[in-house]
Ligand binder design. Sequence first.
Ligand code: 5GP
Ligand code: MG
Length: 476
Amino acid sequence: MESSVGHNCGLFGIYNVPDASAKTFLGLFALQHRGQESAGIVTSDGKKVRSKKGMGLVTEVFQKADLEELPGHIAIGHVRYSTTGSSRVVNIQPLVVDYSQGLMAVAHNGNLVNARTLRDEYEAFGSIFQTSTDSEVIVHLMAYPEHAGRKDCLGHCLRLIKGAYSFLFMTRDSLIGARDPQGFRPLVLGRITTPGQLGSIGEGYVLASETCALDQVGARLVREVEPGEIVTINSEGVHSEYFVPPKESKPAHCIFEHVYFSRPDSMVFGDNVHAVRIRLGAQLAIEQPAAADVVFSVPDSGNSAALGFARQSGIPLDYGFIRNHYVGRSFIKPNQLERETVVDMKINPVRSVIEGKRVVVVEDSLVRGTTFRKQAKILRQAGAREVHLRISCPPIRHGCFYGIDFPDPANLAVNAYKDVEGVRDFLGIDSLGYLSVEGLKKAVSKPGDAYCTACWTGKYPVAPTDHMDKFGMEKC
Ligand code: 5GP
Ligand code: MG
């Protein structure tokens, strides 16, 4: 199973609208930042289930005619994040299966930490796996005869899997969302006014990774799907049940969703992402001040934090880098050479802002450090007198087992170059400052222990049993 290592992805599902595939297309389009490798939509008209999936961006996979060939009032869709070694058509989600209980489509965001063990176990029972994704495990658990017959089949099977998952399921006549007991990844429920197909419930419903997708289709946020909760939407309305009681679930929301992954216009874990990033930037200015003439961001991911830094420090905010929006996220290209080329294509300095100035640049995170090393050179060439870099999260030292695609910990900048001073030297800049873990927690509204900070602290809320060897945890 070469791709058992995680992927953060985007999910969108809709129930009781006449044009479910078109709405899902729009929803996925709004979630494109969560995954650019592949996209898929599965629809149901109550009788027939249809699907279309492909490699590439949502707009590359789906043309108008494709959406017309996906009729139905229920749909789920998925955008998948790139991970090396797993770019295979068979892995594109949603997965569609026909098992003893009927047709079912599944879309997953997150990463299961015991998928390898469960896969071995169910293969020994005779299960034949079709893909190399961790996500497929849930299907085999549900199809296993002893489980399939249970009234609480889904909840029972969810209790058997460990790790990070927001799931969408679609059957011929229902839409279901579920979230792991830690609530690692976001998932929200929305409502949409629609002429509908099923007059009895009058309204349509949406389940999505982020609220920006609700906005895109004109839906209103109702609430989050809670950690440990299954929300079932069918002709009787919305039904909620907990497979792990709220008292027993221990939230560990991924703060990296706020730092980098989610869109600033979304509400995630009860906070607006932009507002959190402004607070991260302000806290950064308190903890890691810089004597500089101008502050600007590495766009777009550093924009909100740079605003917070400027407001707090009183240093004027400007636009020192202009980003070309026709280039995708730089991580899309798997090899190092291509990645560096894309960075050049993406960012260009504004000389008039930089020349002769002491600049403080705010970036959301450093992973390998390669992106900013190049940008530091670009800033020098544009005449910067001093370059100070401020990072709106702590040094990333540990692998993520819950869906963020960080490299082997040995390649993370602060490990590869020993310490913060080593990274500063590698980047070739005048100063480097990171936000503290305490500072990070101050910027979010829930208590600090309700978030996962494993990539900074090495404290893993769910033991990543199957992955011990792969990431060599002793190195962390
Ligand atoms: P580095 O060059 O240090 O490896 O990467 C840092 C850059 O990648 C920053 O601009 C940051 O915003 C971005 N970044 C951080 N995490 C991720 C991620 O998971 N995926 C992608 N595509 N970019 C990321
Ligand atoms: Mg960035």
